[in-house]
Design a protein around this ligand. Structure first.
Ligand code: FES
Ligand code: FE
Length: 434
């Protein structure tokens, strides 16, 4: 139990940060409930986490052609992600430099030029301001359009996954991903991948960290929360989620590898493509994969899931963003990824398995959403007890990592441990208290 008389909302930011240092103790597996429901924590997170780190914005295949664009939210601010006439992908702050109007209100499209709906300034899709209505007449010779270009946000890409950050000081994306790239290669770089359809979006009443925590390390819930899946025969047994490895790397990233799997659940015809994109060790992992569930810090979770649909084992791959829109609310945005060169039949079956399991209407998704919203409700509000309770994250504290796992990072040889959640909160705390 924590102190009884603490009210973060009455503290200065410095005092609140000191209290975080004192009360959040990932090393001993003690994570307070108030982190999931306290508005002050949420405000500090916005500044210290979401305005500082790389955040996922989309997949390159969403803007395949010149002049394609999508608009996405990056830490609460709208950004136009545009592929210019030169093929380069840029991030433009979706705010007109004249008076601040939102320049583009569409989710996606193809445009060489954006015209502001307020006074009609024109901007090229590389951000240059190129047109001002009645310029000569009303400004004379004095207006320098070269100073009115749109503000650019840093966008970098790894294996087709696009990330943006408002932090000019942030390390390059590849450094931020670090050793975790080895696993991202399997997820998104094993073959030419593309997003099928627009991302699916829905709002749930949950703190964003519950989703990240669940995907980064909580294999333990599968046999209970998703027990009905085993009963339906879509997975082999209710304890199938224990076998495999839990692995974490620097910067709070982590994943769970379900293995072994006697059946290859990917398209047979792509074996050569996989081999040419992966190292031998990565290909070995892919060949034996039963599932792969993880989280790229802070809020991009991913999943390769295998299920039996109409008696046939098939994999589906998705990434999902837990986008915070309030302390107790997030938008879940899910992209379904697929091997571009797979047969149409395989693609159809993989999509069907995704829709049945992890799409917004899928049974796994529904199961998890119930849990996320109930936890958030119980950890929110001003009742003194919710400010004092600490959750137990001690599972696996007694275990040593294995030395002989083939991939990088710190690996444990079955998935029922909370090492990854402790690693997630360790890095979160580092950022929060910097
Ligand atoms: Fe955009 Fe004036 S605010 S043209
Ligand atoms: Fe789940």
């Amino acid at each position: 139990m924590l102190k009884t008389n603490v009210n973060l909302e009455e503290m200065s930011q410095k005092e609140a940060i000191d209290y975080l240092k004192e009360s959040v103790q990932p090393e001993i597996g003690a994570i307070p409930a108030y982190l999931l429901g306290d508005p002050t924590v949420y405000d500090i997170e916005h500044k210290k986490v979401f305005l500082k780190t790389w955040l996922f914005v989309g997949h390159e295949s969403e803007i395949p052609k010149k002049n394609d664009f999508i608009t996405r939210d990056v830490a609460g601010y709208s950004v136009i992600i545009s592929r210019g006439a030169d093929g380069e992908i840029r991030g433009l702050y979706n705010m007109c430099t004249h008076r601040g109007m939102k320049l583009c209100r569409a989710d996606a499209g193809n445009k060489t030029m954006f015209t502001c709906p307020y006074h009609g300034f024109n901007f090229k899709n590389n951000g240059d301001c190129v047109g001002v209505p009645l310029q000569k007449d009303i400004y004379g010779e004095d207006l320098d359009k070269s100073r009115l270009g749109l503000y650019k946000i840093r966008i970098e890409s790894y294996k087709g996954l696009l990330f943006g950050t408002w932090n000019d000081e942030a390390e390059p994306l590849e450094e931020f991903l670090g050793e975790f790239k080895w696993y991202v290669d399997i997820l998104a770089g094993r073959a030419e991948m593309e997003v099928l359809g627009p991302p699916q979006r829905f709002i749930i009443h949950s703190n964003w960290k519950i989703g990240a925590d669940n995907f980064v390390g909580d294999s333990y819930h599968t046999m209970v929360t998703h027990g009905s899946i085993a009963k339906l025969g879509m997975v082999p047994s209710a304890t199938y989620s224990k076998k495999g490895y839990q692995i974490y790397t620097d910067h709070g990233h982590g994943l769970n590898l379900g293995t072994p799997n006697p059946d290859f659940a990917f398209p047979e015809e792509l074996r050569e493509e996989y081999k040419s994109n992966l190292t031998e060790e990565q290909y070995e992992v892919l060949s034996n994969l039963k599932n792969m569930i993880g989280n790229i810090f802070p809020n991009l979770s991913f999943l390769i899931s295998h299920t039996k649909v109409k008696g046939q084992l098939i994999s589906n791959t998705s990434v999902r963003l837990w986008r915070p829109v309030g302390v107790d609310k997030m938008e879940v945005i899910t992209w379904f990824l697929i091997e571009k060169n797979a047969s149409e039949d395989w693609k159809r079956r993989s999509r069907e398995s995704f829709v049945l399991t992890f799409s917004p209407s899928g049974i796994f998704e529904q199961d998890d959403t119930e849990v996320f919203t109930d936890i958030t409700a119980a950890a929110s509000g001003t009742m003194p007890l919710v400010k004092q309770l600490t959750f137990n994250y001690t599972m696996g504290l007694h275990r040593k990592p294995v030395e002989d796992f083939t991939g990088p990072g710190v690996a444990f040889d079955d998935k029922f441990t909370e090492a990854n959640q402790r690693n997630f909160y360790r890095y979160w705390l580092d950022l929060m208290t910097k």
